[in-house]
Each structure stands twice: as structure tokens, then as C-alpha cells.
Ligand binder design. Structure first.
Ligand code: INI
Length: 164
């Protein structure tokens, strides 16, 4: 008989896992809305408030180091990075957004736990507000769901039922 394909997915149920949220104070009007939505999503999916730790950093540039340090503490199953970088008239945007994204990816590989990228990179404040609870949903909630899915997916790899 032909063997069937093994499919592994992560569901959206929190089962005692602990989440770290690193959030940047720069553009705090936006990032605080991302944070509130992430907290709400985690709790709606079964995470008690006591299993969540929020760490504030000055700006998106500082997210990777704190995310990495938090991951290496061994206290978290996933790290959610939240922030908002808005394009201005200088090339600063490209450096901050690019290095933040690269640094978070690197930190996730280094620490071998999921780190999700909930950093808005937009042309205008309006675009950012639309993605932080207005017209285009809330990327903070999306980031929290991605973190839950990833911890559950990773837990299931290697746990699949043996073939008969
Ligand atoms: N940090 C942000 O999070 N968003 C921005 O839009 C931003 N801009 O435009 O400058 C920004 N800069 C600060 C940066 O992240 C660092 O905190 C700062 O350079 C100190 O290291």
C-alpha cells in the first residue's frame, strides 16, 4: 500500500507556552496599538497574562539585541517583535528597517526559537495607522497568531505518528 503524505501544521491554541514581546517606543502612538492587539490575541487564544512578558526598547534598531537576549534566557517559547518605521526624507528609514529585519531573522536562527516580525515599515503615518487597528486590520494581532502557530508547529516536528 502506498504511504500517505505526512502534513504537519501548528494550530492556534496556547498550551502553557510563554511569550516575550519586544516593542519599540519610537512611533509609540502606533506601536502601543500593535502591543494591545498582540496581548489581546494571545489571551483570546489561551495564554494567561502571567505567561507574557513585555520589554520596551527605544526604537526598531534595538529590537534584535533584546529579542536575542530574551530568547537566550530560556524563559520564552517565542518572541514577538513589534515596532513601526515610517519613511522620512532621509535614508535613515532604510538603515533602521533593514537592519531591524535582518537582525531579528539572525537572532531567531541564533537562538533557535521563533521570532516574529511585527514591525510596520510604511511610507506614511496614515499607512501605519491603517495597519495598527484601522482599515487594514492590526499587524500586532497577526504577529501574535504567527508566534502561536510557530511554537505549535515546531513542537510537532518529530512527533508525528509512526507509519503502520
Ligand atoms: N526607530 C523606529 O522604531 N522607527 C522609526 O521610524 C525611526 N526613525 O525614523 O528614525 C527609528 N529610529 C530610531 C532607531 O530605531 C534607534 O532607536 C536610534 O537610532 C538609537 O539607536
Amino acid at each position: 500500500m502506498a504511504e500517505s503524505t505526512t502534513i504537519i501544521t501548528g494550530d492556534l491554541v496556547v498550551r502553557g507556552q510563554r511569550f516575550g514581546i519586544v516593542v519599540s517606543r519610537f512611533n509609540e502612538f502606533v506601536s502601543s496599538r500593535l502591543l494591545n492587539a498582540a496581548l489581546d490575541a494571545l489571551q483570546r487564544h489561551g495564554c494567561p497574562p502571567g505567561n507574557i512578558t513585555v520589554m520596551w526598547v527605544p526604537g526598531a534598531w534595538e529590537l534584535p539585541l533584546v529579542a536575542r537576549r530574551a530568547a537566550r534566557s530560556g524563559k520564552f517559547d517565542a518572541i514577538i517583535c513589534l515596532g513601526c518605521v515610517i519613511r522620512g526624507d532621509t535614508p535613515h528609514f532604510d538603515y533602521v528597517a533593514g537592519e531591524s529585519a535582518k537582525g531579528i531573522a539572525q537572532a531567531s536562527f541564533d537562538a533557535d526559537i521563533p521570532m516574529v516580525f511585527g514591525v510596520l515599515t510604511t511610507n506614511t503615518l496614515d499607512e501605519a495607522i491603517n495597519r495598527a487597528g484601522a482599515k487594514a486590520g492590526n499587524k500586532g494581532a497577526d504577529a501574535a497568531l504567527a508566534a502561536i502557530e510557530m511554537v505549535n508547529l515546531l513542537a510537532r516536528i518529530g512527533q508525528e505518528k509512526p507509519r503502520k
